[in-house]
Design a protein around this ligand. Structure first.
Ligand code: ADP
Ligand code: MG
Length: 697
């Protein structure tokens, strides 16, 4: 369906103008000048010809079918023009005209009417308030924007939510020699969104990479679904501006407190293999490397430079972004040693020193290419007196011909003579950068993309659970007018979803507590049960390690006095729980993003969770591979795996609990946020001892 917009056979320019300094003229001029492969019909009731082309008084007067209408009329008559297009049977629209929802007030209403007309006629629309579309494929050759020129044809499809930024993206791409396939400025995204374009480009073999500039995800879940499958075939790069306003939400769980405002977007993109760029510049660092480089087989990088400084910057940038700079094999070092100056360093980074000529680059790169411990090479050059960057570029290119399957990136620092050298490299398919950090960043991103491609997709598990029991607990709390589940309700809810809890019982009197203790046959913990107290230990509401009747009676008294003192309220009841000592404390939680849905968290738990902040998030649903990555992805993973001869905790059980929580929050939409803290992990099992749930109003 989007073919009518991106591969039209005929285009009407509605509102075409003779005045050369107008957008309306520019668009018609661009279509003609850049040789659109189809018919063009200017529409303007006050002109006979524009640009030597016969002009039509109205769309309906055009005798032939029209695939696409580009609307450039003033906003006051835009709706009527669009309606006429619908009557004529036009299939696609690009509405350049502004003055809709972006101006607020009457504009919002005008935009709704516009969409209603578009829908009524079964048309599709890009815009309004956009800068147009282009398709550089020679078979189409459509420049339906007011950009000054057609970009060079290539494999990169671009969608931009900002017209101005779209223009600078095109300019920047041109400067870097990046070929563009199609470009769509989506404007207000009233009908066609970034997601529609993702879908459209998914199976188009001419599109080999997708660049997106987004200010918002219209529908993050659909984006995730599409991106997850597309990134298996071609990379998607996103610059996402704008932050989600989650700040003001009342956060009672650790999970909500730990989820930063832009977290959902970040997690969502990482989880579907999207490469996120922070800036447009970074976006193009990636666009320079990805289509040109073969996929590296691993993350080991050799650096070859003619100066120490850039070599160190490169090495640091590589290592801090997940690449390794291993020492080269002894044979490799010996072979390099034979060809370079005595002062040169040969271990990695290789520093050829300033006297190195082009030949040295060629030969040393060829030697390093033979080293089986190297997955990619970065060659960096800073022009010393008397050595031509062009010669070095040629030498790098020649060396590359011997091993085109091994990723090779060039960094050409400094100004003089470097632009031609860079062009020479880029033309030979070698990404070339001015800054070392850009090269490292791009290679690191490519390496992460490799890991994504190698990663199994995973499956979402469905555990048999007692949903009815869970429903009853939630309904009970609601009937009681509470958002907070009481301590016993929380643990019972976990039980309904197959999450093991330490034996517990809620009691009203100290005698009941003593009786419960006897049944549990272990040291116990007493915990305050309250409608209002959220963090029990903060108010002295948790007394641990009580053994025997005497201790329980004393603990009971101590707890009641402290809670009364510090919170001003009496415990409503007490939860007696068996002690679970000696395990590792972890946390599993969830907070709901208004658009992306539940964000599930795993991390190191206990009372210091917000201090340590050692947590990982994923967007619901969490599958088995996600859960595995979460448990293994925290900084303190070694503590779970066991340090100095300790046995590992039950990692499989932890992964299962993360997935059970994911299922729980997916099925029980009333849960606004929750966490299990701590979920105590032992070598043979995991046990939840505390959980907190807040229900949606
Ligand atoms: P809160 O988080 O509301 O302060 P918790 O029930 O999590 O209350 O108790 C606080 C801390 O006490 C836990 O982080 C844990 O270290 C310890 N604790 C609580 N219950 C047990 C238990 N059954 N066994 C061992 N330690 C416990
Ligand atoms: Mg707790």
């Amino acid at each position: 369906m989007l073919d009518a917009i991106l591969k039209p056979k005929s285009i009407a320019v509605v509102g075409a103008s003779r005045q050369k300094d107008t957008i309306a003229y520019q668009i018609l001029d661009n279509l003609v000048t850049w040789g659109f492969n189809g018919s063009v019909y200017p529409v303007n009731p006050n002109a006979q010809q524009i640009h030597s082309i016969k002009c039509w008084p109205s769309v309906s007067a055009i005798p032939e079918p029209v695939d696409l209408a580009v609307i450039v009329v003033p906003k006051q008559i835009a709706l009527a023009a669009v309606d006429e297009c619908g009557k004529k049977g036009v299939k696609g629209l690009v509405v350049i005209t502004a003055g809709f929802a972006e101006v607020g007030g009457a504009g919002v209403e005008r935009e709704q009417q516009l969409l209603a007309i578009v829908r009524r006629h079964g048309m599709r629309m890009v815009g309004p308030n956009c800068m147009g579309v282009l398709n550089s494929d020679p078979a189409v050759s459509m420049l339906a924007t007011f950009a000054p020129r057609m970009p060079r044809h290539g494999p990169v499809a671009i969608v931009s939510q900002s017209g101005a930024l779209g223009q600078s993206i095109l300019d920047y791409g041109e400067e870097l020699g990046i070929g563009i396939y199609q470009f769509v400025s989506v404007g207000n995204k009233t009908d066609i969104s970034g997601n529609d374009l993702l879908e459209y480009w998914a199976d188009d073999p001419s599109c080999r990479a997708i660049l997106m500039y987004l200010e918002s995800f219209g529908n993050p879940r659909r984006f995730a679904e599409l991106a997850r499958s597309i990134t298996r075939k071609k990379p998607i790069f996103v610059v996402k501006a704008g932050r989600t306003a989650a700040g003001a939400r009342a956060a009672t769980s650790h999970t909500a407190a730990l989820a930063g405002t832009d977290l959902a977007a970040d997690v969502l993109m990482a989880q579907c293999g999207v490469v996120r760029a922070q800036t447009v510049e970074e976006l193009f660092d990636y666009a320079m490397a990805f289509p040109r480089l073969p996929m590296p087989k691993g993350n080991r990088v050799a650096i070859i430079s003619n100066a120490g400084g850039p070599a160190i910057i490169l090495a640091d940038a590589c290592e801090s972004s997940g690449l390794a700079i291993p020492e080269l094999a002894p044979d490799t070092q010996a072979a390099i040693r034979k060809r370079v100056a005595e002062e040169a360093a040969v271990r990695n980074p290789v520093d050829l020193i300033a006297s190195a000529r082009a030949d040295a680059y060629r030969e040393v790169i060829r030697i390093v290419q033979q080293d089986p411990g190297v997955d990619a090479i970065i060659a960096s050059f800073i022009p010393p007196l008397g050595i031509q960057a062009r010669d070095v570029a040629r030498a790098i290119r020649e060396a590359h011909q011997a091993r085109p399957d091994l990723p090779l990136i060039a960094v050409m620092l400094g100004k003089k003579g470097v632009p031609d050298a860079m062009e020479e490299l880029v033309e030979a398919g070698i990404p070339a950068y001015v800054f070392p950090e850009s090269a490292a960043r791009a290679l690191a991103a490519l390496n992460r993309y490799r890991l994504w491609l190698e990663r199994p997709a995973g499956t979402v598990q469905h555990f048999p659970v007692d949903r009815a029991a869970a429903d009853r607990i939630i309904a009970g709390a609601r009937a009681d007018g509470r958002e907070k589940l009481l301590e016993g309700e929380s643990l019972a809810l976990l039980g309904a979803y197959g999450i093991p809890t330490a034996p517990w019982q809620v009691v009203r009197t100290v005698d009941e507590a003593v009786a419960a203790t006897k049944r549990m046959a272990s040291p116990v913990v007493l915990k305050t049960v309250s409608r209002t107290i959220v963090h029990k230990s903060d108010v002295g509401g948790v007394v641990v390690g009580l053994e025997g009747e005497q201790a329980v009676r004393e603990g009971w008294k101590r707890m009641h006095t402290r809670v009364k003192e510090r919170s001003g309220v009496e415990p409503e009841a007490v939860l007696v729980q068996a002690m679970c000592a000696g395990g590792r404390e972890t946390i599993v939680g969830m907070t709901r993003d208004p658009k992306a849905g539940p964000l599930v968290m795993f991390g190191l738990g206990g009372i210091f969770v917000e201090v340590l902040k050692d947590v990982v998030f994923r967007v619901h649903p969490v599958n088995d591979v996600d859960a595995r990555e979460m448990v293994r992805g925290i900084r303190g993973y070694k503590l779970l795996e066991g340090v100095r001869g300790e046995t590992s905790v039950d990692l499989v059980a932890l992964e299962e609990m993360v997935q059970r929580v994911s299922q729980l929050v997916g099925e029980q939409e009333a849960i606004a946020e929750m966490d299990i803290n701590p979920l105590v992990a032992f070598p043979d099992r995991v046990v939840a001892v505390d959980a907190r749930f807040r229900l949606a109003r």
